[in-house]
Every structure is written in C-alpha cells, then in structure tokens.
Design a protein around this ligand. Sequence first.
Ligand code: FES
Length: 134
Amino acid sequence: MRVNRRTFLVLSAAFAAGCVSTPGGANLSAGNHENIVNAGPASQYLADGVYARYRDRGFFLVRRGANLVALSAICTHRKCKLDAEADETFYCPCHGSTFDVDGKVTEGPARRDLPAYEIFTNEKGELLVKIPAG
Ligand code: FES
C-alpha cells in the first residue's frame, strides 16, 4: 500500500484513537468511539463455556447453547479486570465482587451487572465484537 501524507494522517489518527488492529485480537476502525475486535472464526466458539482469551481486550465470550454473548471483563465497581473462574463465574481481585455466568452481580461491592457487547459476524465467518472505547 502506498502511503501518502493524507493516508498517513488518517492512519495515525486511527492508531492514536486505538481503533485499528488485525485478526486474532484485532480492532477494526470505528469512527464513533467504539472498537470492533475481530475474535477470529466464530466456529471456534461452538462449545458451551467461557472463553477468556480476550479478557485483556475487555470482554469474555460466553457460549450457552444457541446463545453466544460478549460480556464485559471490566468490573462495574472500579474497573478492575475480572478473572474467569473454573465454575464459569467471574471474580474481581480488587475488592472481591463476583458475577454469575450471565454477568449478574452475586456479591458486592459492585452493584451493576456486567454489560453485554454487540456481536456480529462478517462475510468470512469471523466474530466481531463491538466494545466501547476508553
Ligand atoms: S473494582 Fe471490582 S470489586 Fe472493586
């Protein structure tokens, strides 16, 4: 790809906004303060369970039967990253809040449930997760 001054400025702005990356953890551009993370082939999330590989990108994927949900991996108390437990619950190491597999608070101090993010697939069958920026 040939990069001229205009392309360079556009790409620089997108990277500065944290809105661009690639498959396998990739962000795609979104000019509306959202990041779209490419979580790879949707076919790798067919078995029931919690998929924590995108925890550091801010979400867990939870498959239960026909439903696949992207739950925030950020505690609603003071924004610490949650840990996915073996029993498919989520634990906050900062102050001890717990959430069930649906993201509902089971123990405080957090009082708000985990938000679910919009997911969709592209023409390649890849799973895309739309997460709010910042
Ligand atoms: S940040 Fe999670 S319980 Fe306080």
